[in-house]
Write a protein that binds this ligand. Structure first.
Ligand code: FES
Ligand code: FES
Length: 168
């Protein structure tokens, strides 16, 4: 059984009980994805599965057989940052950085949801052609990603700037 992680096909371990988060961190030595609560409450472990954001601590690796998983290591490098990573730097979107990989993955997944017209709890006009990416939408949609440092204002500014086009 295999799974594709950041474009590379990897074999799943024989023990099928490993979480996707532990597969990434312990087996594949990709420490970017963080283990915060390990129970679905903090968002630190967010990765993309076929472009959709998921909590890897709540996922069994075996559920994602044949699927494409993207972690923060697959989004940008120190030499070639993703535009969202660059915006996080410019807007002081992180302090300790522990939540940042999850925030980055979550925001990219969120932008895809907005583009597809998926409404949120605060979307006022469900018939609108394009959901506006305003602060209310952004905060609601990113509410599953906690930041103990309280870098929220920088995070909101970075995401809004990067994905302004999505909402235009
Ligand atoms: S570590 Fe997965 S949600 Fe907190
Ligand atoms: S930057 Fe420290 S937890 Fe968010």
């Amino acid at each position: 059984m295999t799974i594709i992680v950041n474009g590379a096909r990897v074999t799943l371990p024989d023990d099928p009980r490993v979480s996707l988060l532990d597969l990434l961190r312990e087996h594949l030595h990709l420490p970017g994805t963080k283990k915060g609560c390990n129970q679905g409450a903090c968002g630190a472990c967010t990765v993309l599965a076929d472009g959709e954001r998921i909590l890897s601590c709540l996922a069994l690796a075996v559920q994602y057989q044949g699927r494409e998983i993207t972690t923060v290591e697959g989004i940008g490098t120190a030499e070639a940052l993703h535009p969202l990573q660059q915006a996080f730097v410019e807007h002081d979107g992180f302090q300790c950085g522990y939540c940042t990989p999850g925030q980055i993955c979550s925001a990219i997944g969120m932008a895809g949801e907005i583009k597809r017209g998926v409404p949120s709890h605060v979307t006022a006009d469900l018939a609108a052609e394009q959901i506006p990416l305003n602060a209310d939408e952004l905060r609601e949609r990113m509410s599953g990603n906690l930041c103990r440092c309280g870098a929220y204002n920088g995070i909101v500014a970075a995401i809004a700037e990067t994905f302004a086009e999505t909402a235009a």
